[in-house]
Design a protein around this ligand. Structure first.
Ligand SMILES: O=C(O)c1ccc[n+]([C@@H]2O[C@H](COP(=O)([O-])O)[C@@H](O)[C@H]2O)c1
Ligand SMILES: Cc1cc2nc[nH]c2cc1C
Length: 356
């Protein structure tokens, strides 16, 4: 509880003076005002995070939180629960989408067992197991309030450690059969939106199974009536250990003044909880893509960010993060290397400053 409270208390807003100075440079670059669109927003936001106008990312890390969800016994997923443990192991063998894309983009992966319902005997998986999966949320709260805090603290600790190792950007990912159900439940509980809008087909469901999934989310919310103003209450009643762990990652990144990227629906649920715990966390968050899950649009709105990409992806694992890293790198490179109108005029006889 101490680490959680301390972290929440010391998170500061971004450096808006540095952001203003960055915007000034961006507006002076040899291009029509605003013509680099979202790349400009990214470069300015990064300046607010680091307090510097010129930024470069050297070390990238995606933290993948793996956990099981008790609600799977209600038939909400097309996948067998055992896949969580298998895919957790696969993350360490470069057998997954996120690891291959990370290899391509020079990104390291941190695999965390935060609640897989199996013994994961693998030195490449960090053991932060809170329990052997959550409870079935239509029968009882998914976890205790204390467990939710412990899982959040595990995420903060992971980010603290990685910051000491020199990582300067983070991605968030997860592996957990059934976690599109918990994510939709968290979104509905916090926003008040009907599960008819927030629930999707996840890894794939028949129409009949999809109707059941919506009923399950409605039943869990009716049973526990989570307090929409208390993200810990929401996570503990209808969330998952992966969502809690990633929520901790967002808080930890904000505390350490490091950028952190959202992937799909599940990491959005974690980001939403983190932003509701402390509004300043938003200053450190970059979205990546718009997940194909229907709830993703509402997640983005509730968090208050606009996805950079729309690639119709719905893999999860953190797979959108390496792609966003490349866009972020490009934005920073343009910011650092493009000449201003003044610089371009000095270096080229024929240059016309279109602002005059
Ligand atoms: O992140 C997303 O937007 C996303 C959308 C659909 C499925 N997933 C992945 O699929 C698994 C959850 O799907 P489900 O149907 O079991 O809830 C979990 O391991 C996620 O990584 C992830
Ligand atoms: C193969 C596979 C990979 C995944 N990654 C995230 N969820 C997944 C579900 C399946 C089935």
């Amino acid at each position: 509880m101490e680490l959680f409270k301390k972290t929440l208390n010391i998170i500061e807003p971004g450096d808006y003076e540095a952001k203003k100075a960055a915007m000034q440079r961006i507006d002076n670059l040899a291009k029509p005002i605003g013509s680099l669109g979202t790349l400009e927003d990214i470069a300015a936001k990064m300046a607010a995070i680091t307090g510097k106008i010129y930024n470069k990312i050297n070390k990238r890390n995606i933290i993948v939180m793996c956990a099981d969800n008790g609600v799977v016994e209600e038939g909400v997923s097309a996948c067998p629960k055992e896949l969580t443990a298998i895919l957790t192991q696969n993350l360490t063998k470069n057998f997954t989408g996120v690891t291959v894309l990370s290899e391509f983009t020079g990104t390291d992966i941190t695999v965390v067992d935060i609640g897989v319902d199996a013994v994961i005997n693998n030195p490449l998986v960090i053991n932060k197991k809170i329990a052997m999966g959550t409870k079935n949320m239509v029968k009882e709260p998914a976890m205790s309030y204390k467990e939710a805090i412990s899982a959040i603290e595990a995420g903060i600790e992971i980010v603290d450690d990685l910051c000491k190792k020199g990582y300067d950007i983070f991605g968030t990912g997860e592996m957990g059969i059934g976690n599109t159900t918990t994510s939709a439940a968290v979104l509905s509980a916090i926003s008040g939106l009907s599960p008819d809008l927030t629930v999707g087909k996840g890894a794939g469901l028949t129409e009949e199974q999809y109707e059941n999934k919506k009923r399950v989310v409605k039943r869990a919310i009716e049973l526990h009536a989570p307090d929409s103003k208390d993200p810990i209450d929401v996570i503990s009643k209808v969330g998952g250990f992966d969502i809690a762990g990633m929520c901790g990652c967002f808080l930890g990144a904000a505390k350490n003044k490091r950028p952190i990227v959202i992937d799909g629906l599940i990491s959005s649920a974690a980001a939403l909880c983190a932003v509701r715990l402390n509004e300043h966390v938003r200053d450190y968050i970059f979205p990546s893509h718009l997940s194909e899950e229907p709830g993703a649009v509402y997640m983005m709105k509730e968090i208050g960010v606009e996805p950079i990409l729309n690639l119709h992806m719905r893999l999860g694992e953190g797979s959108g993060c390496p792609l966003a890293f490349q866009i972020i790198d490009s934005a920073l490179y343009a910011m650092n290397k493009m000449p201003t109108f003044e610089e371009a005029s000095i270096n080229s006889d024929g240059f016309i400053d279109i602002r005059e």
